[in-house]
Design a binder for this molecule. Structure first.
Ligand code: NAP
Length: 250
């Protein structure tokens, strides 16, 4: 077992999660790179971390599935040690469309992944971190979205609503566990250059919309990762239930 602090970054085979996993590893954390489908991408992130002298495991687990989440945390317990940072990042969106065209299957898939998945990972983290259960504390950072405030009309209101739920989760849980040495905070990225936009059917979405961003550009995954890292660090030791918007002023 290693003696480093342990961070679990859900959905870290690519995009914001991959940048976050690498940043935590660079700063001395033992990192669990979690993914759902793309093993080669996750393994590449893990190999890059290990090649730089870091400690990392890649674990397949669909965070929307309860058994997968318990297996993910049990695996980390056994292979890295007790988690001290959870970054809830694994989010999905689907093809852009208006609400009247959405099926129940689609809406439920978004909510299962983006809401139930975050809740289940918080549950397993709190069980291990809370002083109430004999733990020593920890930090949870939830990755929400600026969409929670805009509602994403004509694109994906279901996705935006799932992120609104994450803001509420952050608020409630932060107070529930504040006296148990657990801080819970949230980042709300705006338009970030990742492959997620292709899943919505528009790979160049950030380029199309960048003129609406006061800073006139989209963000890079590392710019979100740095904020997540700060919220997980002792530098933000009095911050809990707080939201950091990373939107270039949008
Ligand atoms: P991304 O490039 O699409 O990457 C998503 C990652 O999550 C992938 O590695 C994927 O793994 C993993 N994942 C998806 N569902 C999963 C599940 N059920 N279990 C485990 N892993 C799962 O996404 P991103 O743009 O980096 O976004 C990361 C987070 O930031 C999301 O929560 C997103 O909502 C939020 N965000 C993004 C933006 C943006 O502009 N990009 C803006 C605001 C908020 P596999 O490939 O293996 O399936």
């Amino acid at each position: 077992m290693n003696n480093k602090k342990v961070a679990i970054i859900t959905g870290s085979g690519r995009g914001i999660g991959a940048a976050t996993a690498k940043l935590f590893a660079t700063n001395g954390y033992a990192v669990c790179v979690n993914y759902k489908l793309n093993a080669s991408a996750a393994n590449a992130v893990a190999e890059e971390i290990k090649a730089s002298g870091g400690t990392c495991i890649a674990v397949q687990a669909d965070v929307s599935q309860e058994d997968d989440v318990t297996r993910l945390f049990d695996t980390v317990d056994h292979q890295l040690g007790v988690v001290s940072v959870l970054v809830n990042n694994a989010g999905i969106l689907r093809q852009q469309m208006r609400l009247e065209d959405m099926s129940a299957d689609r809406i439920n898939a978004i909510l299962m992944n983006n809401v139930t998945g975050y809740f289940l990972c918080c549950r397993e983290a709190v069980k291990r971190m809370s002083t109430r259960h004999g733990g020593v504390g920890g930090v949870i950072v939830n990755v929400s979205s600026g969409a929670a405030r805009t509602g994403s009309p004509n694109e994906y209101i279901d996705y935006a609503a799932s992120k609104g739920a994450i803001d509420t989760l952050t608020k409630g849980l932060s107070v529930e566990v504040a006296a148990e040495n657990i801080r819970v905070n949230c980042v709300r990225p705006g338009l970030i250059h990742t492959d997620m936009h292709a899943d919505g059917g528009e790979p160049e979405r950030v380029e199309r919309l960048k003129s609406k961003i006061p800073m006139q550009r989209g963000g890079q995954p590392i710019e979100v990762a740095e904020a997540i890292y700060w919220l997980a660090s002792d530098q933000s030791s009095f911050a809990t239930g707080n939201f950091l918007d990373l939107t270039g002023g949008l």
